[in-house]
Design a protein around this ligand. Structure first.
Ligand SMILES: O=P(O)(O)OC[C@H]1O[C@H](OP(=O)(O)OP(=O)(O)O)[C@H](O)[C@@H]1O
Ligand code: HPA
Ligand SMILES: [Mg+2]
Length: 188
């Protein structure tokens, strides 16, 4: 059975995502042009951000370090349990470094808040966030950046549980090249 068969509607196509990433990468490249003191670190939030991080990194026009961090709160369902757990930490020493946390989606904000506090406590001199999707209508916790950190976002996401381009439902659909909504029967 084809992966696409379970999708009811495409919200952002592969081409739309790629075009928007080019714009964000340009913005980031401009913003970090002057910060020669240390090489910025892109930290992808595993697993969801793997595809976005990879496409974004290729389009950034300065050297970056790359690492991953893992925080889990959704288990196999569609509701956050509100208490993310850092189950795998960064390998790079980020003390005094500019960090760009790369996310696939910011929903309640619980994951990011937990990660930002953690990276701040490790001595990052700034923490920015770059998320492909932002679902502000669902926010429960305000995202507080560190230092001169900025919030970059690809698209504002309506209040649907979305899949694809890294995002899963019960660990499936991450390998779709676009973002879409599943047929309702798939969520049951
Ligand atoms: O703003 P929040 O409500 O915290 O939700 C956003 C987070 O939830 C998802 O990750 P998840 O914890 O499901 O793990 P995954 O990345 O492995 O899919 C998504 O990738 C974000 O990291
Ligand atoms: O809409 C979503 N889809 C997949 N994972 C998520 N994690 C938070 N929101 C979502
Ligand atoms: Mg995630």
């Amino acid at each position: 059975m084809a992966l696409d068969d379970d999708i009811e509607r495409v919200l952002w196509s592969e081409e739309e995502i790629s075009d928007r990433i080019s714009e964000i990468a340009l913005e980031i490249s401009e913003d970090f042009k002057g910060s020669s003191s240390s090489t910025p670190v892109l930290i992808g939030v595993a697993t969801g951000a793997f595809m976005f991080l990879s496409d974004l990194a290729k389009k950034i026009k300065f050297p970056v370090l790359v690492d991953f961090i893992r925080a889990e709160s959704y288990g196999s369902g569609t509701q956050s349990n509100g208490a993310p757990r850092i189950s795998c930490d960064v390998k790079i020493d980020i003390k005094g470094k500019h960090v760009i946390l790369v996310e696939d989606i910011v929903d309640t904000g619980n994951t990011l808040s937990c990660l930002i506090s953690h990276l701040k406590s490790k001595g990052a001199c700034s923490v920015s966030v770059c998320t492909l999707l932002d679902k502000p209508t669902r926010r429960k916790v305000e995202v507080q950046l560190v230092g001169e950190g900025k919030f970059y976002k690809g698209f504002e996401c309506p209040d649907y549980f979305v899949v694809g381009y890294g995002m899963d439902f019960a660990e499936l659909y991450r390998n779709l090249a676009y973002v879409g909504v599943l047929k309702p029967e798939m969520y049951q």
